[in-house]
Design a binder for this molecule. Sequence first.
Ligand SMILES: [Zn+2]
Length: 203
Amino acid sequence: MSQNFIPAAEAINKLIQEFNKLPGIGPKSAQRLVFYLLRAPDEQTKLLAEAILSLKQKITLCSICLNVTESDPCPICRSDQRDRTKICIVEQPQDILALEHTGIYQGLYHVLHGAITPTEGIGADDIRIKELLNRLQDGSVTEVILATNTNLEGEQTAMYLSHLISPTGIKVTRLARGLPFGTELEYADDVTLTRAIEGRQEF
Ligand SMILES: [Zn+2]
């Protein structure tokens, strides 16, 4: 009995530790999830394990906009329905989900994969700005919409990009101030985001 108990406990502890590393999951929640899975049908745990594995195997970054995608270029970059004169710049792929959910924006995107954060040693070269500048080279883009978060890092990043891009003659706009300071785009509601896109102002 005790021989069986130790390996089983190890397996439980290991999974609790892994869940505990996820954002928003404390030790208690991690424990609850693990004991839930222990009681769940084998099929369910198998599907979960497979979904986690395929996440890393199937998902890649779009070589154009750097959004997460299963096919490169991503469906947005490939689409002939999108307005190719506009690029909306966001910090994270999940920000695109939030903006797409509003249905109001029809242009293209560019994912920076972060924001300039000097306190953490993240500078302009550490996020995907170079790729953005390359995309602006051919002159087809006439407006860049800065949709970085409205916190300090997002504002600093928007400021930096504006200084870089404005001299090229491309119109630079920023989401309207309807978004309260400190807002992370992915958590903003549709109505607020729609207003912010529609009311974007030159920056
Ligand atoms: Zn793309």
